[in-house]
Write a protein that binds this ligand. Structure first.
Ligand code: URA
Ligand code: CA
Length: 432
């Protein structure tokens, strides 16, 4: 097989066979096929698209390009949740104990990554003593015993995707539905779960700027999952403004505790229930999505979800007393209010820019090696559609330095107040 012929084939809009796709991904992983040929192929895919079968083949080829995780020693249906990224997205911290409280195994592998805040593992590490560096056997034991464990990412997962994603980044081929869908799904499949729930974000803070694009991506990923034998569902959710109120690591742990108590921000709770009910349904613990949601609500009402969070913290060496006494979490030295300059209604809160404001405080990593300040971040006191009076606080800044002028400027530049505005629709659709 010659790579040049395969590029030509795709350039002319023909389908690649399973063998051809495997040849490309195996050759590329072993550095036998050069970047320039794969760039040309990625551009051809960008313009000519891929069939459902090609997308599934590409996903599986990338999933098997490195290590895969075997969770078969864990009893029950393992359901993973994945979000396409957003600002202040606290859903994993809520969903992991909430779903585990219904005896569904949650075997969560989570990265640190770059972003406005740390990843789930960083957020959890704001709990004193809690550690996520756990060996594979211990991980399995913890999930079997407690139904929940969170481990830091390790091993050589999907090297083909890592190379291809980096290449796409510099060849203007990131924004291709078949390439994005196979990239995300390959990682989920390598991580070993039986079923997958996807939270596809749309809006300023998201990869997919319109609900239409998000829907297309959601359909593409759900088809791939179902075609390769992993039952998959998706929720399309709004990320035009940050989710919930908290953006920051320890601040989001507090927010998750509030939500597990039933006192969290309404949008965060609504999205957690929308995603959670798909997880419960796919795990086979409810006959319908409605029944699944009722079980989740009951786990919150009865305190079982909160108790599960405590059990989880303890099992990974953490101080579970932070749940009843969140002041034991890292706390910033300064609290600075950002008052509204006029009366009106909040019309927009530009999610990615507000995320950047949190990052300027030190809540997230700019480079792989930057240190995170777990205590700092932002609390949004108003969301889109809320009335404000001049002088009322829009945002509370939690900082470990006195001068936060640039952060304040960024906040004022990205929260608009006008005469009228309505809260955006949170859930744009579900794909099953
Ligand atoms: N996230 C991924 O993991 N892959 C893509 O291609 C795009 C976003
Ligand atoms: Ca949040």
């Amino acid at each position: 097989m010659r790579m040049v012929d395969l590029i030509e084939k795709k350039r002319d809009g023909q389908e690649l066979t399973t063998e051809e796709i495997n040849f490309i991904i195996e050759g590329y992983t072993r550095d036998e096929i050069p970047d320039y040929q794969v760039s040309a192929l990625a551009m051809a895919i960008f313009f000519k698209d891929m069939s459902e079968r090609e997308r599934a083949d590409l996903t599986m080829a990338m999933a098997h390009s490195g290590d895969t995780i075997d969770l078969s020693a864990i009893k029950g249906v393992k359901v993973d949740k994945h979000s396409t990224g957003g600002v202040g997205d606290t859903t994993t911290l809520v969903l992991a104990p909430l779903v585990a409280a219904l005896d569904i195994p949650v075997a969560k592998m989570s990265g640190r990554g770059l972003g406005h805040t740390g990843g789930t593992t960083d957020k959890l590490e704001s709990i004193p003593g809690l550690h996520v560096e756990i060996g594979r056997e211990e991980f399995v034991r913890l999930v079997n015993e407690h139904k929940i464990a969170v481990v830091g990412q390790s091993g050589n997962l999907t090297p083909a995707d890592k190379k291809l994603y980096a290449l796409r980044d510099v060849t203007a081929t990131v924004n291709s539905i078949p390439l994005i869908a196979s990239s995300i799904m390959s990682k989920k499949i390598a991580a070993g779960s039986d079923a997958i729930v996807l939270d596809v974000k749309t809006g300023a803070g998201a990869f997919m700027k319109t609900a239409e694009e998000a829907r297309e991506l959601a359909h593409a990923m759900v088809s791939i999952g179902n075609n390769v034998g992993r039952r998959t569902m998706a929720v399309i959710s709004d990320m035009s403004q940050p989710l919930g109120a908290a953006i920051g690591n320890a601040l989001e742990v507090r927010e998750a505790i509030d939500t597990l108590r039933g006192n969290g921000p309404k949008d965060l709770e609504e999205l957690c229930l929308a995603l959670g009910r798909q997880m419960v349904f796919l795990a086979g613990k409810a006959a319908s999505l409605e029944e699944a949601e009722e079980k989740l609500r009951e786990a919150i009402r009865s305190g079982k979800a909160l108790a599960k969070f405590k059990e989880f913290i303890k099992s990974q060496g953490g101080d579970a007393s932070i749940v009843d006494d969140p002041d034991k979490l890292p706390t910033a030295t300064y609290r600075i209010e950002v008052p509204a300059k006029k009366d009106g209604v909040v019309a927009s809160i530009v999610a990615d820019e507000i995320g950047t404001a949190a990052m300027l405080l030190g809540a997230g990593r700019a480079t792989k090696d930057s240190e995170i300040d777990l205590a700092v971040g932002l609390i949004l006191n108003k969301k889109i559609g809320d009335k404000v009076v001049a002088g009322e606080s829009l945002v509370t800044i939690h900082a470990n330095r006195e001068n936060v002028d640039e952060v304040i400027e960024k906040i004022y530049g990205n929260i608009m107040i006008s005469d009228q505005a309505a809260a955006p629709t949170l859930i744009h659709g579900i794909v099953t």
